[in-house]
Write a protein that binds this ligand. Structure first.
Ligand SMILES: Nc1ncnc2c1ncn2[C@@H]1O[C@H](COP(=O)(O)OP(=O)(O)OP(=O)(O)O)[C@@H](O)[C@H]1O
Ligand SMILES: [Mg+2]
Length: 368
């Protein structure tokens, strides 16, 4: 190795690659404020998300690389993160202050969208991101119960204030229509409400806004997907064939509106018997992985079927808050890391993104 100067330090740091983003940390602009102070090298490592799965490994690899330069005795690294504004489909309006909007969707009801949306949002916040959660499920907004808040939002000036709970900001149609009275939402009403939830809610600055979508792939969902300037979608499925079939429909829906699918979450994937600790594959295995592979997409994570997950939802203390070290919470954290990584890839220009060829009729291409 050569002498100790900015160039020689950058040269060794160029050999440190982010395995997920498949680029080196210098070209990713992660290395900032590089200083050489005698035999000490000091710099910031500014990652593109605080939920990076590579955080520790990159810091260590960077430290070792710089220590290999003759004359370096100490390396001081400050780990930070800066979440960039994601790209958005042409012609769509962004929501000021919100860097990334992620829709959590599925073709089928009851597969755990809201559970995933809530735990994903909180897990991202636990990593240090600024996160909002918007419940657009007009048919049965479950988010208020799941986060344990059921009060009308306050109004400041012309804006609604989201509730702040478990470290995230939350808005739900359920906060406005409390009680059991069903609302018949006609298309335009729904549009107005959702538009208001995007633009007339005081979200402030958000790194991620997670949007819990209503079930199904009908017109209402399609226009909602079009209305919300979403950067990427997370599809939730259970490993049953019927749910997988529905997820294909959801996949097609997002393609129609040019929203990239960040990946698939397999929920209720397996059951860990509380008595014998054995893992039971109630709905079979590998469905989500096969589906992801079929679409050249990513399996973002597998969440076990667990009484604690359901109870957490029922009492308003999501599992990532109530039992943050449990395997179930670990599954949601992994999903959060993967979602953040996929969004990062998207922002970097689509390196490694699922490439979906729409030129032929794909309907029967998959043997899932
Ligand atoms: N991994 C899990 N283990 C146990 N129960 C779960 C799990 N995931 C979700 N549930 C439970 O299943 C039920 C449905 O979940 P959830 O409301 O999240 O689904 P959904 O897809 O949002 O439903 P909908 O289509 O009605 O909006 C809830 O009672 C929830 O607590
Ligand atoms: Mg729901």
């Amino acid at each position: 190795m050569g002498s100790l100067n900015q160039e020689s330090v950058l040269a060794v740091l160029r050999t440190v690659k982010d395995a997920e983003l498949k680029r080196d940390i210098v070209s990713l602009n992660f290395v900032r404020s590089l200083e050489i102070d005698g035999t000490t090298v000091r710099f910031k490592l500014v990652l593109n998300t605080p939920a990076s799965p590579s955080k520790k490994r990159l810091e260590q690899a960077a430290r070792e690389a710089v220590l290999s330069i003759p004359g370096v005795e100490a390396v001081e690294i400050r780990l930070e993160s800066e979440i960039p504004q994601a790209r958005i489909a042409e012609g769509k309006q962004t929501v000021p202050g919100i860097s990334n909007i992620v829709a959590v969707s599925s073709g089928k009801g009851g597969v755990g969208k809201s559970t995933v949306a809530v735990n994903l949002a909180i897990a991202l916040a636990q990593y240090g991101a600024k996160v909002g959660l918007l419940d657009t499920d007009v048919y049965g907004p479950n988010v208020p119960i799941m986060v344990g808040v059921n009060a009308e939002p306050a109004v400041r000036g012309q804006k609604l204030l989201p509730h702040e709970v478990h470290g995230i900001k939350v808005m739900s149609l359920g906060f406005l229509n409390r009680g059991d009275k069903p609302v018949i939402w006609r298309g335009p009403m729904l549009h107005t409400a959702v538009r208001q939830f995007l633009y007339d809610v005081e979200w402030g600055v958000l790194d991620y806004l997670i949007v819990d979508m209503p079930p199904g792939t009908g017109d209402a969902q399609l226009s909602l997907a079009q209305l919300v300037p979403v950067q990427g979608a997370v599809l939730v499925t259970t490993p049953q064939e019927v749910a997988l079939g529905d997820v294909r429909k959801a996949y097609n829906m997002f393609e129609q509106v040019h929203i990239p699918v960040l990946g698939i979450v397999e929920n209720m994937s397996y059951f860990i018997c509380p008595a014998c600790s054995e893992r039971h594959q109630i709905f079979g295995t590998g469905g989500g992985a096969d589906l992801a592979k079929g679409y050249n997409s990513k399996l973002l994570g597998q969440v076990p079927l667990s009484i604690d997950v359901r109870e957490g939802g029922d009492i308003g203390i999501p599992i990532v808050v109530g039992a943050p070290d449990s395997p179930q919470a670990e599954a949601f954290k992994q999903i959060a890391q993967n979602v953040a990584t996929q969004l990062g890839l998207l922002t970097l220009g689509g390196v490694g993104l699922p490439v979906i060829d729409m030129s032929d009729n794909r309907g029967d291409r998959f043997a899932v």
